[in-house]
Design a protein around this ligand. Sequence first.
Ligand SMILES: [Fe+2]
Ligand SMILES: [Fe+2]
Length: 318
Amino acid sequence: MSTMPMTGDFVRESLELHLFWARIMKEHAIFDEDGFECKDVALLQEAENFKCKFEEILYEAICLAPGVISAEVLQSGELFTDKTLMAEQKMLELSGIAINTQLTVNELNLQPGMGMIPPGTGIEEKICVLNEKALTCAQAMAAFLQRVYDDVTKACCLFTHNLPSIFQHQLDETKMYMKHILRLQRGQLVDPTFHRVEMEMFWNQIMKEHAEVIRQLLDPKEEPLIEKANMHAKAFKKIQEEFEDGTQAKTNLQQITRETYAATLSLKDFKATNAELILACQLKSTISALLADHVLRETNHYLRILEMPLPEFHGGRG
Ligand SMILES: [Fe+2]
Ligand SMILES: [Fe+2]
């Protein structure tokens, strides 16, 4: 274990990672459970189990987080928004799926810190164990999503009320979570420019898919909103084309990032308005309040990444 970086950064980054992703994962499980037919008892149970496992990881991360995580992450709107608790209550009420809303209440009360880890608390070891546990759960979730996707699209032996692409989308997000955990556990250092390009390419694809899925789940009567969703999808498609294969992006990363930030900010406003309209019962769609809040949080997470200064290029030093 000599390569493991036992630093405050390792602890803080791990906790911030789980606070965001474990909640995202447990909500994927809720959306999956919500979409299966009543007769698919085994799948309903599997989704329910994943929800419980990720709630456990989220709980453990919340317990270790006080005074460790940064104010920046806590206030970014990626862990919770002002609508998360209401959205959870609505989802619980309408779907009948149990949701541990106490976790959200606990998170709302979290206090940030400076990432200073008091010595002798054994927190690094606890984090290592938590990272391994989260990785195992995410790996199992990835296998589950792949199986469901194949059963729906290839074997045609399963019907769900979720669009097939949603499972692919969830799978991509799960793999990104796994990648981050592995990097932390192995103490891997990544080239900052490579990392930044990787993040932007990944999240641009996610943002494009969100806009496409929102467009698809809106009632045909919501024409202006469908058009808006389509406009957002097109904006991200255009940005993606500018990135090409990710290698030539170095020279114009700054310009693409500026454009991306504007597009993401605009998409965030669209999603926030939608979430409010859904909670107020003023929007016709099959988008749950929790899904609306979920995609909003993912956007807030991406905005925080985009707000980080771009890495400096060291010419001639690789
Ligand atoms: Fe998601
Ligand atoms: Fe997503």
